[in-house]
Write a protein that binds this ligand. Structure first.
Ligand SMILES: [Zn+2]
Length: 361
């Protein structure tokens, strides 16, 4: 049978100046203290564990205990093992300290959680924003290459109207877009009334939209608007932003294998592209400037809005051009205002007229 452990300690009694050297037996629920007084008589007492108070200042290898029932008595035992094994409730003050420590832990945990949320916020909000900003500094040749890849990926699943593409491309060549980007237009057979621009220069126009456009000015306005999305790097920013979340998640999990697949997926979603109101307004204004500098009637821009909105049913795919709906009215008003400020008169361009008539055949 294992005997109860015995420890050496000093017992301080209120009646005596110097401590009494004692032996302490540690039981689960009490301490039994034996010692010899100065006069040689035996001193024995038992402290109930429940009434003991342990000083919070007790170190790892020293336990300082107070007998709660017979106040004023103090027992000091220098033993790491005892200090570890004897666990009476800590005194009120110490309890406060303890609680504060626990509370402190909670506070630290809350701060850490808060920081984690902030970091995640930064990652998923600031990072896409930064990446979008970075699109501004990507060399144009990279943009063109990326656009070329997306174009190839997109066009693979489409049916190109080669005759109309050739004419539209010639039409585009007649207009000076004041851009350093290699603009191209492709006419794709589709019952959807839409057009959009890819990073680097490719503009796609669906046959349905071409069918509904009734003047060369409208077509020029469409190309002017989409060309502006290219020149102002709107399409590149858009792609970068969509890619950034993917890049972030991939970087977190250390898996970049899906990047090219994402580019393909992005290409597939290009016809559902939508820009912010600010970007659309910018493209409207730049498109209008293109019309004016090429002596094309800017009224074409307003007519284009009408064509795009005409006969639209609820649930129809929203053309890129009108993706800011229901704010389209504001854009129309802004265009009207710009047009009223224009001083120069449009000039007839027989080449554009001829090409447009051929496209409409
Ligand atoms: Zn647009």
């Amino acid at each position: 049978m294992k005997s109860d452990p015995l420890y050496e300690g000093d017992l301080y009694l209120p009646s005596s100046a110097s401590p009494l050297r004692v032996q302490v037996l540690l039981y689960p629920h009490r301490l039994v203290i034996h010692g010899k007084k100065e006069d040689g008589s035996a001193h024995t007492e038992a402290w109930a564990m429940a009434t003991l108070k342990r000083e919070a200042t007790s170190s790892k290898d020293t336990a300082i205990l107070h007998d709660g029932e017979n106040g004023g008595k103090k027992l000091v035992i220098k033993s790491e093992e005892f200090a570890k094994r004897c666990s009476p409730p800590v005194s009120a003050g110490a309890k406060m300290m303890h609680r504060f420590k626990v509370g402190g832990g909670m506070i630290v945990a809350s701060i850490l959680l808060f920081l984690a949320i902030i970091l995640l916020g930064i990652s998923f909000v600031l990072f896409p924003w930064l990446v979008q900003k970075a699109a501004q500094f990507v060399p144009q040749e990279y943009e063109v290459k990326m656009g070329e890849e997306m174009y190839k990926s997109f066009i693979r699943s489409q049916q190109i109207d080669t005759a109309k593409t050739r004419l539209a491309e010639e039409f585009l060549r007649q207009i000076d877009f004041k851009t350093s980007y290699p603009l191209h237009v492709t006419v794709v057979a589709s019952p959807v009334k839409n057009a959009f621009a890819m990073p680097g220069g490719h503009i796609v126009v669906f046959t349905q939209l071409l069918k509904e456009i009734s003047s060369k000015e409208e077509l020029a306005a469409l190309l002017g608007h989409e060309g502006a999305h290219v020149t102002l790097r709107h399409s590149t920013k858009h792609i970068f932003k969509s890619l950034s979340t993917y890049l972030l998640v991939s970087a977190m999990f250390g898996d970049m294998s899906g990047l090219s697949a994402i580019l393909v997926q992005q290409a597939g979603q290009l016809n559902q592209l939508s820009y912010s109101r600010e970007l659309e307004k910018e493209a409207d204004e730049t498109g209008l400037e293109t019309l004016v500098s090429n002596h094309i009637d800017p009224q074409g821009m307003l007519n284009l809005f009408n064509t795009l909105q005409k006969g639209r049913e609820k649930g129809d795919e929203i053309p890129e051009f009108l993706s800011t709906h229901p704010m389209t009215e504001n854009r129309v008003e802004a265009i009207k205002e710009k047009i009223s400020e224009i001083k120069s008169e449009p000039k007839e361009n027989p080449q554009l007229t001829r090409l447009f008539l051929e496209i409409k055949k």
